[in-house]
Design a protein. Structure first.
Length: 408
């Protein structure tokens, strides 16, 4: 027994003990969650909080959505893992439903978002060599400044965030970084060896950065014209968050590859996928790519239920309606502690006036008032409640933000 921690609260003790044996690659807010239902989470002291982060949109359907839990529990009672060495009786239905949701031919299932991004990069390179005719090892991919596509060595190598990138080199070659929101910059970076343009239709980790209207259409058009793949990382922006199934839908644009993750696992387990047509995703040959857990029957059962929930359109409608409501409430705080408000569906990035503290300060003060949010890049706070949230709860949460900004 460590006597120095005896006098601490349960929360402080658990945080202290966790730190003894946990690598410090995160700096969590000081709350220890022990249970949750829908939009509410409860900590070890019995305090309740409204979840306005939703695990970075992995909880779009709320915590423990009954139908998703039922799908998982039912599947756990029958079969959880086969590996792709064998077929399982769940994967086909999931692939068919997800392909239909995306309007594409093929699905390549993985687990985490970063794996979906890696898969998209490999697909684009193989397509460049085998279909487009790019010389071996010369393929290039155009990416955007401010991007966040995950944490693998290849992905952080084309990040322009020093915290993500520095210390983990050498970076994988083959990427060209251009300004986000500027289609002309993408076009200028394209050459005969360009395989793909990889962008987030709305940049999430950068602070919910919404590109100028017409950007996605212009990217689609120039990719087609230059015979370059358009890869949309919809891992955070997709699956209902912005009021449409995909953020690309906002401009009526269809990319060559969708990268999906986060909410695809229904808040229960990691499920990701790359979705595209046969002429692109068909480039993989057996044995060239895979994952032990990718496409496991438990993931497929939950993922299928997620696709079915999205098929009703209910969550997209809620995100649209509640998003308008949220924008109205947040706009009232402009000049009263907020310097900028960016809203897409039920997803907001707000910039905090420096005099009111940092984004982290605001997140800490909101925590005391029973609201969970996460800061990003200094002055920004991100708001992404489960799409199941009630308007009244959203209103209460923004009222807490107003109070926190009023009295730093
Ligand atoms: C979260 C995220 C990823 C990485 O997903 P992980 O499951 O954390 O690997 C990739 N792209 C975007 C846009 C994301 O938001």
């Amino acid at each position: 027994m460590n006597t120095t921690t005896d006098a601490l609260t349960v929360t402080a003790r658990l945080i202290h003990d966790e730190g003894e044996h946990l690598a410090r690659n995160y700096d969590p807010l000081p709350v220890v969650v022990s249970s949750a239902e829908d939009v509410w989470v409860t900590d070890v002291e019995g305090r309740c909080y409204l979840d306005l982060l939703s695990a970075y949109s992995a909880l779009n359907f709320g915590h423990r959505h009954p139908e998703l839990v039922a799908a998982a529990v039912d599947q756990i009672g029958r079969l959880t893992l086969t590996s792709r060495a064998f077929h399982n009786d769940r994967l086909g239905a999931f692939a068919a439903a997800l392909a239909e949701l995306c309007g594409k031919d093929l699905v390549l299932p993985m687990n985490t978002g970063a794996e979906a991004v890696e898969t998209g990069i490999k697909a684009a390179r193989a397509w460049a060599y085998r279909v487009k005719g790019v010389p071996a090892d010369a393929a290039r991919i155009v990416v955007a400044a401010g991007n966040f596509h995950g944490r693998t060595t290849t992905i952080v190598g084309f990040s322009d965030d020093p915290l993500a990138r520095d210390g983990f080199g050498p970076p994988t070659p083959g990427f060209d970084i251009v300004a986000y929101g500027d289609a002309g910059a993408i076009e200028a970076a394209i050459n005969d060896n360009t395989a793909a343009v990889l962008i987030e239709p709305i940049q999430g980790e950068a602070g919910v950065i919404i590109p100028p209207e017409g950007y996605l259409r212009a990217v689609r058009e120039l990719c087609t014209r230059h015979n370059v793949l358009f890869i949309a990382d919809e891992i955070q922006s997709g699956l209902g968050r912005v009021g449409t199934t995909f953020a690309c839908d906002r401009e009526g644009v269809v990319p060559d590859l969708y990268l999906l993750g986060k909410a695809l696992g229904g808040g229960i387990l990691p499920v990701s996928a790359v979705v595209g047509d046969r002429d692109v995703l068909g480039v993989f040959r057996p044995g060239e790519h895979g994952s032990t857990f990718g496409g496991n029957p438990l993931a497929a059962a939950v993922g299928l239920r997620v696709v079915e929930l999205l098929g009703t359109g209910e969550f997209q409608e809620r995100a649209t309606a509640l998003g308008h409501h949220l924008k109205g409430l947040l706009d009232e705080l402009l000049g009263h502690g907020l310097t900028e408000v960016r809203v897409a569906g039920l997803w907001a990035g707000v910039d905090v006036e420096a005099s009111r503290g940092t984004g982290r300060d605001v997140a800490l003060r909101l925590l005391e008032r029973g609201v969970l949010v996460k800061d990003t890049h200094g002055q920004t706070v991100r708001i992404a409640p489960p799409l199941t949230i009630q308007a009244a709860d959203l209103g209460w949460a923004v009222e807490q933000l107003r109070l926190v900004l009023q009295a730093p």
